[in-house]
Design a binder for this molecule. Structure first.
Ligand SMILES: Cc1cc2nc3c(=O)[nH]c(=O)nc-3n(C[C@H](O)[C@H](O)[C@H](O)COP(=O)(O)OP(=O)(O)OC[C@H]3O[C@@H](n4cnc5c(N)ncnc54)[C@H](O)[C@@H]3O)c2cc1C
Length: 317
């Protein structure tokens, strides 16, 4: 039989949303348990400098996440290095299983499983990730003042990222596999009117080139989707904007999601379609996708879980 443990507040995920929820729940004496998942610390552990976390002029992403973990543990969060593999939200308390074979029950759940950027899948792209290859213009655009960058993608996100980058970069190449963009017409019109933007139609990035010490991007190879010869494009940075995938597979068929798999919550709230289950951070947010917004939602989720538990204890439904 599986070992069984219970939590009043069980938090899934150890990014800024999960750790912030843990700090608030622990300080409300709810003895939260946080299951860290495959990537303890979340997405910020795969980046270098973070310059937009309030209170730190510059902090390395992995260092910031270690500090968040220490703070959450310090106030009384029980950290569990495990991965949730199964969730049953049709029973109360909610039932979960983990990779280690532990069976958890929980009165409330905070889902903070995040999302991951879709990448092109090139070895050279992996090599320069965080060193000139990025999936977040809001996060990294500032590092490319006066430089030349390329953006890959054809939807609204790619166009918005390209427009945002024109504030910093001297030149922005937008690379798209097809002969027209999927982005809406207004966005396209703004893009085409910007003199810093150069379009590369029917093209795909097949290689990222650069230096090794320090790791620096110097250019990309563009292959053609219509049979033209490959060509070299000198750039200082590459932004991949081909979408994100929220980590919501565990909740499929149980919680309401949008057509891209993001969890849907009530307006101005982290409450999901099942009372007692809250969602915070990138798993429910495809608009802002920032550490500080994820942390803010983690705070909201813990406060809402606390209110839910109080209400339930008083006999509410
Ligand atoms: C390269 C890069 C650079 C970035 N730079 C910045 C920046 O400079 N500034 C900024 O504000 N934002 C930046 N971001 C965005 C920021 O990292 C995210 O917005 C933020 O991390 C989202 O936090 P989160 O807590 O929602 O989820 P995440 O950080 O995505 O964390 C998700 C957590 O869920 C866990 N998890 C997933 N599935 C399970 C499971 N089944 N069981 C248990 N746990 C699970 C994972 O292990 C992980 O710990 C960057 C992102 C990337 C990729």
């Amino acid at each position: 039989m599986l070992p069984s443990r219970h939590a009043k507040v069980l938090i899934i995920g150890s990014g800024p949303a999960g750790y912030t929820a843990a700090v608030y729940a622990a300080r409300a004496l709810l003895e939260p348990v946080l299951i860290q998942g495959l990537q303890p610390g979340g997405q910020l552990t795969i980046t270098t400098e973070v310059e937009n976390w309030p209170g730190d002029t510059m902090v390395m992403g992995p260092d910031l996440m270690v500090r968040m973990a220490e703070q959450a543990a310090h106030v009384g969060t029980q950290m569990v290095n495990d991965i949730v593999t199964k969730v049953d939200l049709s029973v109360r308390p909610f039932a979960l299983e983990t990779d280690s074979g532990t069976h958890w029950t929980a009165d409330t759940l905070v889902i903070a499983t995040g999302a991951s950027a879709r990448w092109l899948g090139l070895e050279s792209e992996m090599k320069y990730r965080g060193f000139g290859v990025s999936a977040c213009a809001t996060c990294d655009g500032f590092f490319f003042r006066g430089k030349t960058v390329a953006v890959v993608g054809g939807g609204n996100t790619a166009v918005e990222e390209a427009m945002f980058l024109t504030k910093f970069a001297s030149k922005v190449h937008l690379i798209h596999r097809r002969g027209e963009l999927r982005a809406d017409r207004t966005n396209q019109a703004r893009l085409f009117a910007n003199p810093k933007v150069e379009m590369h139609w029917n093209a795909e990035v097949t290689q990222v080139h650069g230096k090794d010490d320090p790791l620096t991007v110097e250019g990309i190879t563009l292959g053609s989707t219509v049979g033209d010869a490959p060509r070299h494009l000198p750039v200082d940075g590459l932004f991949v904007a081909i979408g994100h995938v929220p980590a919501t597979g565990l909740f499929a068929g149980q919680l309401t999601m949008d057509d891209e798999g993001y969890l849907i919550t009530a307006p101005d709230s982290t409450a999901t379609s099942i009372p007692g289950v809250f969602a915070a951070g990138d798993v429910k947010d495809k608009l802002y996708r920032q550490a500080v917004t994820a942390a803010g939602m983690g705070c909201m989720a813990a406060l809402e879980a606390e209110r839910f538990l109080t209400h339930t204890a008083e006999g509410g439904h």
